[in-house]
Design a protein around this ligand. Structure first.
Ligand SMILES: *Cc1c(COP(=O)(O)O)cnc(C)c1O
Length: 224
């Protein structure tokens, strides 16, 4: 087992002091690794693949809060809608509509984060700044009775250039501050940014939820 308990203990302490929530990103990792962190008190886990998440949910403790952090296809929402705690990668109105539809069916209100495209790479999904603004000021959000938009999620460029990462995180934080004005009821409280390589920088720039995988569970092996 490759769980880094020392890192877990030290990072949870620092995050708690800063009011930042840890999502333990467990994709590709075996149930025993998740159970080991669960036994230390971790409840929020992040997964990227629908089938893997469905299998893990079925065999791990029922009070785990499952965060879906990957790219979600509309036709797969129904599989996770009965239990998912928060969906981070909502990158289109079409997807939000489907989540709402499944939420109605399940008689649940599903917490969502809108994904914003901040990286320089073309391949990352998400709303861009103008599209986000247009969507949030359109009044359409009010039509979705069974989703609750809790905030934003973004992924910075795959880069070690601190100036570039700072620019991208700062941009996301400013979108977040702006967007929160569309939700005067205070529900819009979550800014999910930062992963193993950049979580410290993300926190210093206003993140309050980090998604950490490899530092906790070791490098992932996608081949097996
Ligand atoms: C895999 C993944 C992470 C975790 O990445 P690490 O670098 O292993 O910490 C975080 N966020 C998303 C969206 C991911 O897909």
């Amino acid at each position: 087992m490759a769980v880094n308990f020392e890192f877990y203990q030290s990072v949870t302490q620092v995050l708690a002091e800063n009011n930042v929530q840890l999502i333990a990103v467990s994709k590709t990792k075996p149930n025993e690794d998740l159970q080991a962190l669960y036994d230390l008190g971790q409840r929020a886990f992040g997964e990227n693949y629908v089938q893997e998440l469905v299998d893990k949910e079925a065999s791990l403790p029922k009070d785990i809060q499952w965060h879906f952090i990957g790219h979600l296809q509309s036709n797969k929402v129904k599989y996770i809608a009965p239990f998912v705690y928060m969906i981070h990668g909502v990158d289109s109105e079409k997807l939000l509509q489907e989540i709402n539809k499944q939420g109605v069916k399940q008689n649940r209100i599903i917490d969502c984060l809108l994904q914003v495209h901040i990286a320089s790479e073309e391949t990352k999904f998400g709303f861009d700044g103008p599209a986000l603004h247009e969507f949030l000021t359109s009044g359409k959000v009010a039509n979705y009775s069974n989703v609750r938009i809790r905030g934003l999620m973004g992924m910075a460029s795959f880069s070690e250039d601190q100036t570039l990462l700072t620019k991208e995180f700062t941009m996301l934080k400013s979108y977040f501050d702006n967007a929160s004005k569309a939700f005067p009821n205070g529900q819009f409280d979550t800014l999910s940014m930062g992963m193993s390589s950049d979580y410290k920088l993300a926190i210093s720039l206003g993140s309050n939820m980090v998604r950490i995988g490899s530092l906790l569970f070791g490098a992932r092996n996608y081949a097996k």
